[in-house]
Design a protein around this ligand. Sequence first.
Ligand code: SAM
Length: 293
Amino acid sequence: MTPAVSPVGTVSGPGPEEARLDPRDFARVAAIVDREARIALQPTKATLVFSRLSRRLREHGLASFGQYISLVESDAVERAAMVEALTTNHTHFFREGHHFDHFKQNVLGELQARARAGHAVRLWSAGCSSGEEVYSLVMCMLGTSRPEARWATDGDVKVLATDLSSRVVAAARRAVYPENTVKPIPDEYRRLWLREEGADFAVVDQARELVTARELNLFGEWPMRQQYDVIFCRNVMIYFDDNATSELIARFARLLRPGGYLYIGHSERLIGPGADVLINCGQTIFRKEGALQ
Ligand SMILES: C[S@@+](CC[C@H](N)C(=O)[O-])C[C@H]1O[C@@H](n2cnc3c(N)ncnc32)[C@H](O)[C@@H]1O
């Protein structure tokens, strides 16, 4: 049964003891999620907030959203759980396939040359969800034969995958996917870089070991100590407001080495000072030219 939304935005039932999420509760939740993760929750998301947080109320045996929000305000663990419950983690292998085509045709050769010349090569899937994006990228890097993959497996090549949600980071680290999700992976990659594990498919160690998956709030401190060659941050900034987006893009621009690439989601755009040094070079693909002032 779908929860009912009243004209003033109160959402009720079939939650715990018919709890109601009134506009004041919604505003308190939105303020916390904005402060913690810079996620901008629009009032149109009241139904989603209601249904996702009803589960949390039930787990804590609480009868009202007011009680639950007070708990969240005083308890950092539950606060993180609430933010995580309100993230949208939809993803799939080879999503927005033109990005992977562009990467193979325009970027891969340069990365191979840099690795062979002894340079570090660094890639980042920022907002990686359960890992389908990062392993799509890794399969493109490794190619269609094991000898072809050596530049990456034997070089100083590292791929970072980060997300706010500990649940999806654990899935990215585990790298085991149900059969129906691996269908978009081209056969030549599947044969080499996946192995059957029961009814599922696991990314083989050689590919998985290139990836470090860790929890990271994009608006917290970043652990990187060197510049990056490639950043994928796709379908993440849609959840942020313009200030947060602009701040994040400036940080990406600083982190990229000159000539490095940023891939963003199909409905996202670059704004703020970072956009001045990121030159469009494909559909939602940007290359850093020069240094950010
Ligand atoms: C829709 S998924 C996108 C996954 C993948 N990049 C793709 O395009 O298929 C958005 C991800 O961004 C993460 N996210 C949202 N806000 C974040 C933040 N402030 N810091 C880090 N990750 C965040 C969510 O947890 C979610 O897994």
